[in-house]
Design a protein around this ligand. Sequence first.
Ligand code: PMP
Ligand code: GLU
Length: 389
Amino acid sequence: MQESATLKMTQISRELKNKGIDIISLSIGEPDFNTPDFVKEAAIEAINNNITKYPPVAGYESLQIAICKKLKEENNLSFDPKQIVVSTGAKHSLMNVILSIVDRGDEVIIPAPYWVSYSEMVEFAEGTPVFVNCSSEQNFKITPQQLKEAITPYTRAFLLNSPSNPTGMLYTKNELKALTDILENYPNITIISDEIYEYINFIGKHESIAQFENIKDRVVVINGVSKGYAMTGWRIGYMAGPLYIAKAVTKLQGQFTSGACSIAQKTAEAALLGSENEKKIISKMTNTFKNRRDLVYSLLDIPGLNTKRPDGAFYFFPDISNFLGKSYHGTIINNSDELAMSLLLNEHVATVGGDAFGAPNCLRLSYATDEQSLKTALKRMRKYFSEII
Ligand code: PMP
Ligand code: GLU
């Protein structure tokens, strides 16, 4: 198994920072905001109320109910609380689902570019990731034709991520519908829909592929509170899907980790059940991300870089192929990982090479940091790229 490229770059930049080097980290995808006060208060209350015993494996029923309410009210999706399993972050939910349904030889279709952990998770389950290359000309999105061509008798699952990490692209309702028109002909395929960036959407309402009647009974929605509520460290994610998958995931989780942290579960429940007024913080954070998106987009106007303007999440994924094979002060930059490392060591800006995302010609930048740091980072990057010949 490969080490997570996102976490690796973050760790290297942390170590350099600890040595006193002025690193600006655009490597990790994590909101820089603090968890909202009303959410933190619920954690203190949970501690004071001694919510400190083993929680049920699949999550407190009150949290499962709160998740169902959220899915109904915000996404118009109907789930029974028994179809919800709460885990230690959406990453854990994804791993649980993949381990539960993928067996040796099963194929999982993954549109590339993809989030670094998908391929490793499928391989860990002894499945075969089937990558479908989605070019920047098609906004990095899989077409129905491509999906159809990738399906074989061994296809067990299709993994979709919208808004996408690393590209920031969103699938429209029509695009999702067109994918379901293909999938409806293959009843053995489970659709795993990673919607963790739901709230970080700059163009409108979130659309879930689980809304379509023709396939909704075999969609597993993955979501959580990490990104939307600035709660990455609390580690609460969940799956909502077919009962047999929820049962399998619960069995697995019962042997591996038991229920997710009791206090964090109560805190996530408070986040989901927050009043309209309390939840205004979400749109405030999204607006801040949008302003930063606009700022970074204008500053990425660096000769030789080709950059798409993302509609969601908090990443840019510029194409750096014009710089590969060229020289930075006498050192040849062969691939995106080398470029990311050279940029870190020479200009002290941490990014992540596109290789681990299945897009070796790209570089991922997270703009979940303050404006001043973004401006400085982009200035350093401009200088760095101007010195590649
Ligand atoms: N899916 C994607 C696409 C992500 O970027 C992340 C971020 N780590 C996750 C899932 C996992 O989120 P969590 O922090 O809740 O485990
Ligand atoms: N999802 C974030 C990222 O892609 C967090 C790190 C991780 O879990 O991979 O940077």
